[in-house]
Design a protein around this ligand. Structure first.
Ligand code: F6R
Length: 240
C-alpha cells in the first residue's frame, strides 16, 4: 500500500476529496464505495466544496454496511447517516446511492442482491474505508473470511463499545449488521483506507504491515494491488 501521513484529518479530507472529485469529473457516473462512522466525515465535507460546480447527477454509490434491527428512520441508521452526510450535502441522486438492505426479511438473499447490484453497476471505482480498533473493515470482524460476500455479521463487544458514542447507551447499539464481505471490498478497483488517532495505531500497523490474517481483517488490503492509506501521525505511530 501507498501510505500517506498527513498532519491532521482536514488535510486528509482535502487530499482524498481532491482525488474523488477528479474521478467524478473524468467519469460522471463513477461508482463510489461509501464508509460511515467518524473517519470519512472530513472527506465528505471537503467534497462539498470541490463538487459545488460539478455535475453529480449520475454518481452512484454503495455503502459498506448497515445495522440490523434499528429503524431505517433512526438518525444513526447508516441509511440516515449516508443521506445526511453524503447525499443531501453533495446533492447526489438518492436513488443511485444504496445501503445494504438490512430490513429485508430475507437477509441472505438481500446480501446476494446487494453484491449483484454492485456488479451490475460495473463495480466500485473508489472504496473509502475506515478501520475498527479491532481491525475490522466494513463490519468484517476478526475471523471473517477473505472470500466473504455481503452477509450478516455479529458486532464484537469492542465495536459496540466504540460505537456507543453514537447512541444513548451501549444497549441501544445494534448487535448485528449486514456488511459487504472482504471479498466484496477487495473487488473495488481502488481502496482508500483512512485512520486518525492513537486508538487506530495498532489496527493500522496490523493492516499495513502485519501478517495477512483473518484475525485482523484489515490486513486483507495487502492482497489488493491498488491501496492508498491516509493516516495522521498518531495513527501511523506503530508503523515500522
Ligand atoms: C463504517 C465501517 C467501519 C468503520 C470503523 C471505524 O461504515 O464500515 O469499518 O469505518 O468502525 O469507525 P470510525 O470511523 O467511527 O472510527
Amino acid at each position: 500500500a501507498e501510505v500517506v501521513i498527513v498532519p491532521d484529518r482536514t488535510t486528509a479530507g482535502a487530499l482524498v476529496a481532491d482525488h474523488i472529485a477528479a474521478v467524478i469529473r473524468r467519469r460522471p457516473d463513477a461508482v463510489l464505495g461509501l464508509a460511515t462512522g467518524s473517519t470519512p466525515l472530513p472527506v465528505y465535507a471537503a467534497m462539498r466544496e470541490r463538487l459545488a460546480d460539478a455535475d453529480v447527477s449520475r454518481v452512484r454509490g454503495f455503502a459498506l454496511d448497515e445495522y440490523v434491527g434499528i429503524d431505517l428512520a433512526h438518525p444513526e441508521s447508516y441509511s440516515s447517516v449516508i443521506a445526511r452526510e453524503v447525499v443531501e450535502p453533495l446533492g447526489l441522486d438518492p436513488d443511485r446511492i444504496l445501503t445494504p438492505p438490512a430490513h429485508d426479511a430475507d437477509l441472505a438473499g438481500a446480501g446476494e442482491r446487494y453484491d449483484a447490484a454492485i456488479r451490475a453497476a460495473g463495480g466500485v471505482d473508489v472504496q473509502l474505508l475506515g478501520i475498527g480498533t479491532d481491525g475490522h473493515i466494513g463490519f468484517n470482524e476478526p475471523g471473517s473470511s477473505f472470500a466473504s460476500r455481503t452477509r450478516v455479521k455479529t458486532l464484537t463487544r469492542q465495536t459496540r463499545e466504540d460505537n456507543a458514542r453514537f447512541f444513548d447507551s451501549i444497549d441501544e447499539v445494534p448487535r448485528h449488521c449486514l456488511t459487504q464481505g472482504l471479498g466484496t471490498i477487495l473487488d473495488a478497483r481502488h481502496l482508500v483506507l483512512l485512520a486518525f488517532g492513537e486508538g487506530k495505531a495498532a489496527a493500522v500497523a496490523g493492516a499495513v504491515e502485519g501478517p495477512v490474517s483473518a484475525l485482523l481483517p484489515g490486513s486483507a488490503i495487502q492482497l489488493h494491488p491498488h491501496v492508498t492509506v491516509v493516516v495522521d501521525e498518531a495513527a501511523a505511530s506503530r508503523l515500522q
